[in-house]
Design a protein around this ligand. Structure first.
Ligand SMILES: Cc1cc2nc3c(=O)[nH]c(=O)nc-3n(C[C@H](O)[C@H](O)[C@H](O)COP(=O)(O)OP(=O)(O)OC[C@H]3O[C@@H](n4cnc5c(N)ncnc54)[C@H](O)[C@@H]3O)c2cc1C
Length: 409
């Protein structure tokens, strides 16, 4: 059995490990348009901060490819899939035959049409190691940096360059930061934390037009800058799948086995959409755990085994300047809220299930909340009053405790 994987990041690594758990022999070829071994994408901001190195960013040891019988084609781009002939065509002209194919092509920055953007010489996006390196090469201690987008990627970029730039300003059309994962209280708390570290915000405003070194905002304000980072969102890389005839919505449609609608073509990670169990809706859940687990399920199934990844949950574990945030699930339901200085906690309950939570400041043992959501545990089978105070195993029955502890009493 010949396996080909397009992409070489978290979903691809999961797939290799999934394949090898079933089939130790079949040759695996991984095609990557980046020139690096698999690395942890979230760490690019820590590289700029100087708190990690390229070496430490690798998600697997240097001998991972060799040990797993993987041929890594770095710096090569897949440009076509011929599902009838079962080949993948590369930009370089080569054609690779496959028996089973995984598309793990991730996503790319979305750059909306913005008047005058072509006049800006020093502009960057912030998704890849090369983006971080390019930004670092252009940055000086005097640089005035304008970041468009107050979502996770824009703010991680701001944190990464804090202390290395003259000034950092973040502008966003939304009136609060991290709107896709935090509520108003959580956003405000994180904004104060980030502002207290010298980063400025212009919220509820957007760029009307760029000049060479300035942004004219809709509000009439003008922001002068030396470097511009555009971080307004991402788009899943679905084109290869569409062209191969796979069903595509917002992302590539896959079932619980990570199979697409075309036989022998699988897909995993940020390029896919999957069912969010907290809402029942299909959406792109662009986070590391999903990418790995979907990729692993794909690998096992590609190699003839059976594995499902059926309980995808949106989750985020982030932090800014030492203040940690954990979020999971959805926020439609009855809210149980607790606030104290430096701490915010919101649990959301609906239909006897924990649907979601936001934890800021105190995040210890939050995995217990996540597993209640993921396993859709009825709350009347646990001591939820105890769990509301803090996540703890004592709230479960003795039998469930034993299961959670892997059999230990
Ligand atoms: C700054 C930043 C911070 C983040 N922080 C977090 C976090 O705190 N927690 C979290 O869970 N997630 C975080 N994420 C998201 C996380 O990185 C992604 O969910 C994860 O990397 C997805 O893995 P993937 O394998 O699906 O795709 P990707 O990591 O996007 O990798 C896809 C790879 O495929 C390559 N590729 C695409 N098309 C082709 C082609 N045609 N031919 C060859 N190669 C191709 C791409 O170049 C890329 O190397 C963050 C992302 C960024 C950018």
């Amino acid at each position: 059995m010949k396996y080909v994987i397009i992409g070489n990041s978290t979903a691809a690594v999961g797939c290799v490990e999934g394949i090898r758990s079933v089939d130790q022999e079949g040759p695996i070829t991984v095609i990557s348009d980046e020139p690096y071994p698999a690395y942890s994408r979230p760490l690019i901001s820590y590289l700029l901060q100087g708190s990690t190195t390229e070496e430490k960013m690798r998600t697997r040891p240097a001998d991972f490819y060799e040990k797993n019988g993987v041929t890594l084609l770095s710096g090569k781009k897949a440009v076509r899939i011929d599902d009838a002939r079962k080949t993948v065509g590369l930009e370089s002209g080569e054609s690779l035959p496959y028996d089973r194919l995984l598309i793990a092509a991730g996503s790319r920055p979305f750059i909306p049409p913005m008047a005058g953007l072509d006049r800006v010489e020093k502009k960057f996006t912030f998704m890849k190691l090369d983006d971080a390196k390019a930004l670092e090469a252009a940055l000086t201690p005097e640089s005035r940096v304008l970041i468009v987008g107050a979502g996770l990627i824009g703010l991680k970029c701001a944190e990464g360059i804090r202390g290395r730039a003259g000034s950092i300003t973040v502008v966003d059309l939304a009136d609060r930061i991290l709107p896709s994962i935090l509520d108003e209280t959580g956003s405000k708390m994180m904004q104060e934390q980030i502002e207290s570290n010298g980063i400025g915000f212009l919220l509820g405003d957007s760029v009307a037009e760029f000049g060479k070194d300035r942004a004219h905002l809709k509000s009439g304000k003008t922001v002068e800058f030396d470097l511009l980072v555009v971080a307004v969102g991402v788009r899943p890389n679905t084109e290869l799948a569409s062209q191969a005839g796979c069903e595509v919505g917002r992302g590539i449609a896959v079932d619980e086995r990570s199979a697409t609608s075309v036989p022998d073509i699988y897909a995993a990670g940020d390029c896919c959409e999957c069912r969010d169990i907290t809402t029942g809706q299909r959406r792109v859940l662009a986070i590391l755990p999903n990418a790995y687990l979907q990729g692993e399920a794909a690998g096992v199934n590609m190699a003839g085994g059976e594995k499902s990844f059926a309980n995808a949950v949106p989750m985020n574990a982030i932090g800014f300047f030492g203040l940690h945030v954990l979020t999971a699930g959805s926020y439609d339901g009855e809210e149980i809220v607790e606030t104290k200085p430096g701490v915010y906690k919101k649990l959301v309950v609906k239909d006897n299930l924990l649907k979601g939570f936001i934890l800021i400041g105190e995040i210890a043992r939050a995995g217990i909340y996540t597993s209640l959501i993921r396993e859709q545990t009825p709350l009347d089978t646990v001591d939820f009053d105890l769990l509301k105070q803090k996540p703890q195993l004592m709230a479960f029955t003795a039998r469930r405790r034993a299961e959670k502890l892997g059999g230990a009493k």
